[in-house]
Design a binder for this molecule. Sequence first.
Ligand SMILES: *Cc1c(COP(=O)(O)O)cnc(C)c1O
Length: 310
Amino acid sequence: MKGKDSSIQEVFLPEIKSKGISLFLKREDLLHPIISGNKYRKLFYNIQVAKKSGAKQLVTFGGAYSNHILATAGAGKEFGFRTIGVIRGEELGVDLEKTLNENATLKQARDFGMEFVFISRSEYKLKNTQEFLSQLQDKFKDCYILPEGGTNDLAIKGCEEIVSEATANFDVICTAVGTGGTISGIINASKSSQRILGFPALKGSFLKAEIENNVSKTNWNLESNYHFGGYAKINEELITFMNDFYKETNILLDPIYTGKMVYGVLDLIRKDAFESGTKILLIHTGGLQGIRGMNVLLEKKGLPILANIE
Ligand SMILES: *Cc1c(COP(=O)(O)O)cnc(C)c1O
């Protein structure tokens, strides 16, 4: 069984038209109300294998606002697994009710039945070690362990399905990059004549090698100038951009990934990085649940907040 597919819509912006570029958005964010965007793709085959193997619980890792944590909690509820989220930041576990009051991501994950294990940042660094993983296996019998961000071979296989017949006519396909799993799937399933551009949401040069491990094609590169200072860092310029984009298109972007990617693509168009006549497809990988958490932080800092659906 394959995953379902999402729709493609054209995005109309005056500054694009004058450059002769056409821009489209693949709405992976609409695939599922909770298991949003690329996290649906990444979980799809993992859930099937977990079911077959007889696993009763899904264990995974993430930060306190993680899209992957919430998607896993939602998948557990929908497909009948107990879920355990190993969360970075032991201080969050000291007063759980207070944490849940302040953090809509964890609150919703808990409402879906997820149980949390809060660990320190130093312990979290050990999460991929054999010792840490076997401790989890002992503690949670019959568990299926998903890595941070959900990236493994089955996740990449799921992300290959973002690319389909409907995407075959595009010259360029653009996506946000976190761990690199999503772009790896897109590259694998792309045509060699297509160019795949990744926009890392975080600083660091390790990503290129990571992606090279997963793919055999060379029709891709990373645009590394649009991380806005690092993972989950945003500034007033990005906020204004995202709110203007929403006003013009009625499409919400998330502040961690897709906002930075779309900003980057439009900046490249402005700088004439693409020839006139180029058809560009942007992948909306979802993540809109993160807007709420970001707005709480922005309000604390006295910055303008992001448009959101209420
Ligand atoms: C997790 C996530 C990404 C990054 O995906 P990777 O496979 O880790 O590169 C991109 N966009 C959104 C909205 C995400 O939630």
